[in-house]
Design a protein around this ligand. Structure first.
Ligand code: ZN
Length: 343
C-alpha cells in the first residue's frame, strides 16, 4: 500500500523544522503532527470525559461540548502551572471520546492533546459496538487505519496512538485476541504505539506474544495499569522493551493504604534499580466529566504527580534528569510514530 505516513506527514514536518534531512520523530496531536522535541512535560494517561452508559447508548448527543470545555479548562490551567505542555487523552471510542472537545481545549490552553483509535474490550465488551463480533481483525483494523488517515468521525482530527483494553483474566478471550490482532495490523500500517488497558502479568505477556507473532517489536506496546502486575513481570516486560505504565497515582488514597503515593515511588525506584527507568511511564488516570451527573460531577485533577509523587521520588534521591526521563523523555519516545514498512 502507499505509505500515507511517509507521503503526508514527513514532508510537512521537514517543512516545519526547515530542513530536508532525516526527519525528526513526530507525535500526532489533535492539531496535527508536531516534532517530538516540542512535547515537553507530558501526562500520558488522563481523561477529559468518560461515558459509562455502554456502546449501544453513548454518543455525542450525551453531552454539551461547550459545557465540558468550560469545566475542564481550569484543570488544564492548573497543570500548566507545573509546566505540563502535553496531555494524552486515553478515552476510547464508545466511552466518550470527543475529538472536537480535545481540539477546543488545545486551542484555548495552547497545550498539545493527543487522542486515540481502538476499542475497549474490558468489562465484557460492553464498550464495543455489536457489529464488532461479526468483523474480522482485518476489517476492524481497516476502520482504525481509516481514522488515522482521514480523521475521526468527519472531524479531520487524527489519533496519535491505539488504545485498546482486554479483560484481566489469565487467557485472552477470542474477542480480545481479535482486538490485539487488529491493533497489531494497525500498528504496522500507521506506526502508532499500542496502549492496552491490561492489569496483571498474564494478559500482558499474551498480548506481547501476539504482537511478536506479527513481527512487531515489544517497544510498540504500552502495558497500561502495569501497577497491577508483579515487579518481576514489570521487569520482564521492560527487558523485552515494552513500556511499563504505572497509572492511577491518586491523592485520594490514604497514606498507608494499597497503592498510595509511597507505593508508586517504591515501584519506580525498584524499576530504576533494575536498570529500566527508561521504560517506565506514569499517570493519574484522572479526570473526568461524567455526562450523567450535574455539570459533569466531581472532577479529579491531574496534579498529584507534581505535589506528592515527585517529592517522594526526590526523597529517594531521584535526580532532575531521572524525573525528566519519566515525564519528558519516555513519553516522547513512547508516543513517537514508528517508521512503517516501506517508509
Ligand atoms: Zn484510563
Amino acid at each position: 500500500m502507499i505509505n500515507r505516513l511517509h507521503t503526508l506527514i514527513y514532508p510537512a514536518i521537514a517543512l516545519l523544522i526547515g530542513c530536508s534531512q532525516e526527519p525528526e520523530k513526530i507525535i500526532m496531536t489533535v492539531s496535527g503532527p508536531v516534532p517530538a522535541s516540542e512535547l515537553g512535560t507530558t501526562l500520558i494517561h488522563e481523561h477529559v470525559l468518560v461515558d459509562f452508559i455502554g456502546a449501544d447508548s453513548t454518543g455525542y448527543h450525551r453531552w454539551d461540548k461547550e459545557e465540558v470545555v468550560k469545566k475542564v479548562v481550569p484543570f488544564l490551567a492548573e497543570i500548566q502551572e507545573f509546566q505540563v505542555s502535553t496531555l494524552v487523552e486515553c478515552t476510547p471510542a464508545y466511552l466518550g471520546r470527543d475529538p472536537w472537545i480535545l481540539k477546543a481545549l488545545s486551542e484555548q490552553t495552547g497545550m498539545h492533546l493527543v487522542t486515540n483509535t481502538g476499542y475497549y474490550g474490558a468489562h465484557n465488551n460492553r464498550f464495543i459496538p455489536a457489529q464488532f463480533h461479526q468483523m474480522s481483525a482485518e476489517t476492524v483494523s481497516q476502520l482504525w487505519v481509516e481514522e488515522f488517515e482521514n480523521g475521526i468521525d468527519g472531524s479531520g482530527i487524527r489519533p496519535g496512538f491505539i488504545k485498546i483494553a482486554v479483560d484481566n483474566s489469565d487467557t485472552l478471550s477470542a474477542a480480545h485476541r481479535k482486538i490485539i490482532t487488529a491493533a497489531a495490523l494497525t500498528q504496522q500500517k500507521t506506526g502508532m504505539v499500542i496502549a492496552s488497558h491490561t492489569g496483571p502479568d498474564a494478559p500482558a505477556f499474551e498480548q506481547i506474544s501476539v504482537l511478536q507473532s506479527h513481527n512487531i517489536d515489544p517497544s510498540c506496546f504500552i502495558w497500561v495499569h502495569a501497577q497491577l502486575g508483579t515487579l518481576e513481570g514489570n521487569i520482564k516486560a521492560a527487558r523485552l522493551g515494552s513500556w511499563v505504565s504505572l497509572d492511577n497515582v491518586n491523592m485520594k488514597r490514604e497514606p498507608g493504604s494499597a497503592y498510595d503515593v509511597e507505593w508508586y515511588a517504591e515501584r519506580i525506584a525498584a524499576l530504576k534499580e533494575a536498570g529500566f527507568l527508561h521504560r517506565v511511564l506514569i499517570s493519574h488516570d484522572a479526570g473526568w466529566y461524567k455526562p450523567e451527573e450535574e455539570l459533569g460531577g466531581d472532577f479529579r485533577g491531574f496534579t498529584g504527580i507534581f505535589t506528592a509523587l515527585i517529592p517522594a521520588l526526590k526523597s529517594l534521591e531521584f535526580s532532575k534528569e531521572e524525573l525528566d526521563q519519566l515525564l519528558v523523555k519516555n513519553p516522547r519516545e513512547a508516543f513517537s510514530l514508528r517508521k512503517t514498512a516501506g517508509s
